[in-house]
Design a protein around this ligand. Structure first.
Ligand code: GFB
Length: 319
């Protein structure tokens, strides 16, 4: 079944980010030849009129909505208004603009933080809106839940086929390595690399190290997105994860092995732990014919090799 022809115009919103750039790579690898992208300078996704005009002109056959304001626990917890407003604005402009332009299919990407903080593990899609959210990322989660409901509502009211995928914590090439705003995995890669390069003996890890997280290599997520598009998936919300999690302490140890840093872990209890666990139930997407293929160890090596600081560490005198 060919739902989207290989030469049909496919718009990837957010193509400069980690997720969008991986989707562009995956589309090219699968032979899609008409992938459309726009930089922020060319099209400001916060500008409703500009977004609606562009979508009406281009009328893509499919949209991958990977554009969002994203960040780690600290950015989510402090830039709360920006996370709520910008994400609502971007997704409203794209989803409503797509509908106005007559675009029948799209994929809206969210995050596993949409589920209740104390959801039963592994988290099934039907646990959405069954309990309170994790406080550190409530604004971001509320925006993403609104996006899911917007897609569902266009489907029910107007017969659109707007699909929603909820990935677990992601990592890989083009990640954000700014220590104040990044997620844990890129932060630890950078901190371990720099500690090693400077001859330091400690790796500072925020919180208690006990929260559990599931990590998916971004190229695996991109494969899932293209798979959902290519197979015409237009059903309800679908989780995308690898099905395995580990503690933040275990992650720090795996990062240290990847970087070759053998110092000691120091926990910074002044930083929040966030949600205690968020392992996704991935049976729905596995039944659709996709599963993750990159083990964490391999993904860490690839992410480290692609990191902007990965050039050989400067020699440290006396070592
Ligand atoms: O990845 P992260 O920032 O976000 O943090 P969340 C995960 C866990 O790692 C938390 C700990 O318990 C952090 O305290 N951690 C340890 C660190 N060291 C560090 C560090 O150096 N930097 C960071 N950032 N964390 C985000 C949500 O939650 O995950 C978003 O805020 C989104 O909404 C995203 O859902 C996927 O996994 O806690």
């Amino acid at each position: 079944m060919t739902v989207i022809a290989h030469d049909a115009p496919i718009y990837v919103a957010g193509h400069r980010g980690m997720v969008g750039s991986a989707i562009v790579r995956a589309l090219a690898a699968r032979g899609y030849t008409n992938v459309l992208t726009r930089t922020r300078e060319q099209l400001d996704l916060l500008d409703q009129a500009a977004v609606h005009r562009w979508l009406a002109d281009v009328r893509p056959a499919y949209l991958h909505i990977a554009a969002a304001k994203v960040g780690g626990i600290q950015a989510n917890n402090t830039e709360r208004a920006d996370f709520l407003w910008q994400n609502l604005q971007i997704q409203n402009n794209l989803i409503h603009g797509a509908h106005e332009a007559g675009v029948q299919r799209l994929l809206f990407l969210g995050s596993s933080c949409i589920y209740p903080r104390d959801a039963a593990q592994p988290i099934r899609e039907d646990s959405l809106l069954t309990g309170p959210l994790e406080a550190t990322n409530e604004p971001y989660a509320i925006a993403k839940i609104a996006g899911i409901k917007l897609c569902e509502s266009y489907n029910r009211q107007h017969g659109r086929q707007y699909a929603c995928a909820m990935p677990t914590n992601l990592y890989g090439p083009n990640d954000n390595y700014d220590l104040a705003t990044s997620h844990v995995l890129p932060a630890l890669l950078r901190k371990a690399h720099e500690a090693q390069a400077r001859g330091e003996r400690e790796l500072v890890v925020w919180g208690s190290g006990t929260p559990r997280r599931e990590f998916l290599y971004v190229d695996d997520l991109a494969e899932a997105c293209v798979h959902l598009m290519a197979t015409g998936y237009d059903g309800p919300l679908v989780n995308v994860g690898c099905g395995e999690d580990l503690t933040i302490r275990e992650l720090a140890e795996a990062v240290m092995r990847t970087v070759g840093f053998d110092g000691r872990i120091v926990f910074d209890a002044s930083k929040p732990d966030g949600t205690p666990r968020k392992l996704l139930d991935v049976s729905r997407i596995q039944a659709l014919g996709w599963r993750a293929t990159t083990p964490l160890g391999e993904g860490l090596v690839r992410a480290y090799a692609a990191a902007p600081f990965a050039s050989p560490a400067p020699a440290v005198p006396g070592r």
